[in-house]
Design a binder for this molecule. Sequence first.
Ligand code: SF4
Length: 254
Amino acid sequence: MTGPADLTEPAHTPGEVVTQAATAADLTGLDRRVIECRACPRLVDWRESVAATRRASFREQEYWGRPVPGFGPDDAPLAVLGLAPAAHGGNRTGRIFTGDRSGDVLFAALYRAGLANQPTSVSRDDGLTLRHTRIFPAVRCAPPDNKPTPAERDTCAPWLHREVELIRPTLRVVVALGAFAWAAWWPAFSRVYGQRPPSPRPAFGHGAIARCGATGPVLLGCYHVSQQNTFTGRLTPAMLDDVLARAKELAGLA
Ligand code: SF4
């Protein structure tokens, strides 16, 4: 998107996030605004202090240190919804799930499923492209201990909601990585599709499926690809393959 509507100051307040997200005309314009956002003081401090101090093994690299936008085509039928960028992953490289162990597991699985052109994701310019799939986090700045506060989650939600709105015409399936993403989906669903979530809300679980009204996409639960799950065997590559195969089937891609 070009033009005066894009020449906005960075969002500094929750209200400005609402306005800027709602008026983004397309994903390019949305991403441009997202990466300038400064609406959560604690997360701005954290992302920038991590970028300034760096991990020893990445000392020579310049960290991104900003909010991390979604990644993937704007006509994707399949979305993968995560929690937030990792301090030394997305917050370092500027692309979601890129440059950390979680991403290693996720992109290898997307490649096996035919949804990525390569199995690795190490930097923004590594040539990775996704097919039929867009990945985005519920919270766009790396939080301390991977735990955004409820207020930070809510402040960031309009970016997510607008992203879902912009891909709504093609969106058929949302894979929620973990309970946080599963919970973050329902306000997005209400906002974008104008419908109430099922009551009681379907419980998160690995392989859980929730139908979102007559017009919404199917929500598919998957354990998060965190090291906590993949190193312990709670989430295996085979389990991830099964979820992505099911997601492709539900999205009409199989
Ligand atoms: S978490 Fe979201 S709303 Fe908060 S500063 Fe980052 S991009 Fe902005």
